[in-house]
Design a protein around this ligand. Sequence first.
Ligand code: G1P
Length: 281
Amino acid sequence: MARLRKVVFPVAGLGTRFLPATKVVAKEMLPVLDRPLIQYAVDEAVDAGADTLVFVTNRYKHSIADYFDSAYELEETLERAGKRELLAMVQGLLPPHVRCVYVTQEQALGLGHAVLCAKTVIGDEPFGIILPDDLIVNDGPGALRQMVARATDGGGVLAVEEVPHAETGKYGIVDVEAGGDRIRHMVEKPKPADAPSNLAVVGRYVLPARIFELLEKTTPGAGGEIQLTDAIAALLAETPVLAHRFEGTRFDCGNKAGMVRATLHFASIDPELRHLVGGIA
Ligand code: G1P
């Protein structure tokens, strides 16, 4: 695949696992050390070559748009105080060539529905999806960039990792052809007894625009929601979709334990904080 220009961030979830904080703060704005979760996701998209970031939000998530907007008073104050490093930091959250587009998901009908809300912005080109809850860190190319390198014209790539069998009910689970990476079958949140494997999709997808037509035909599935997994399952019959076992470490920041682990990880590589977490992270 030549290039991936657009990445969708479904960020309309309520973040109930982090109440009461998420009563007023978008879950994606919760910090892992000093950077909000969404910043890690956006950095990964830019690393993969994206120049258009599409946020699928709801009316409670204005803080995400505010965060990426310029902050005139703050910047002016930092400028006058000669705080150049801080100024560069707040002005450099996104490279100048990258633009943000905000789309509203009016009803919480599921991840597939959230992605479908981005249809008109994506148009007819392949695109990426990043679920910011899944924070993936590594020293080399980001997970999405690794996936773009493997994507073929018209095909798809999903990031996968092995999870404990008992946890298949939390993920989309794939069945991969013997000795290869092509996905044969995919099912959303199966009980361990029904799961075709323990290979779980984590929150990174590279997909062709064809997925939108399939999403339009997708009826509510697991949990009564319109599932992205079900539309991808239909896509499998038409085009190769690869399971990519990414290089890197994933932190599931959709729950408190994952947030704490991610925070400890970044503290452990921070010269000023590492002494606090010695032996823990
Ligand atoms: C979503 C997807 C699921 C995927 C998971 C990865 O589920 O529906 O297929 O495995 O993200 O984090 P959610 O975590 O939104 O329930």
